[in-house]
Design a protein around this ligand. Structure first.
Ligand SMILES: [Zn+2]
Length: 93
């Protein structure tokens, strides 16, 4: 999937359409000291099985494209998630 560098989109902060700079969203680095991770490790220490449901043997193929749009008017960022799943790598032209 190819995305343009500049996109005309609605900005929820200034409540109107305008130019947006497009970049790709990336997952941040996982930290072991975060509250959720600490709780999870505490629960896993005890008896019983895993507190999270085990993974199914049916997996979804492909990922949804998430574009981070930065408003050229107010400079705030918001996300746009494309509905279709695709296996191909997303590029910005
Ligand atoms: Zn804006």
């Amino acid at each position: 999937m190819k995305l343009p560098k500049i996109l005309n989109a609605y900005c929820p902060h200034c409540r109107r359409h305008g130019g947006h700079d497009v970049s790709l969203g990336r997952k941040g680095k996982q930290s072991s000291m975060r509250e959720g991770q600490r709780k999870f490790e505490q629960v896993k220490k005890g008896y019983k099985g895993s507190p999270r449901t085990p993974k199914k043997d049916v997996y979804k193929i492909g990922k949804r494209t998430v574009a981070v749009l930065k408003c050229r008017n107010c400079g705030k960022k918001h996300q746009k998630v494309y509905r279709a799943r695709s296996r191909k790598r997303t590029e910005i032209e």
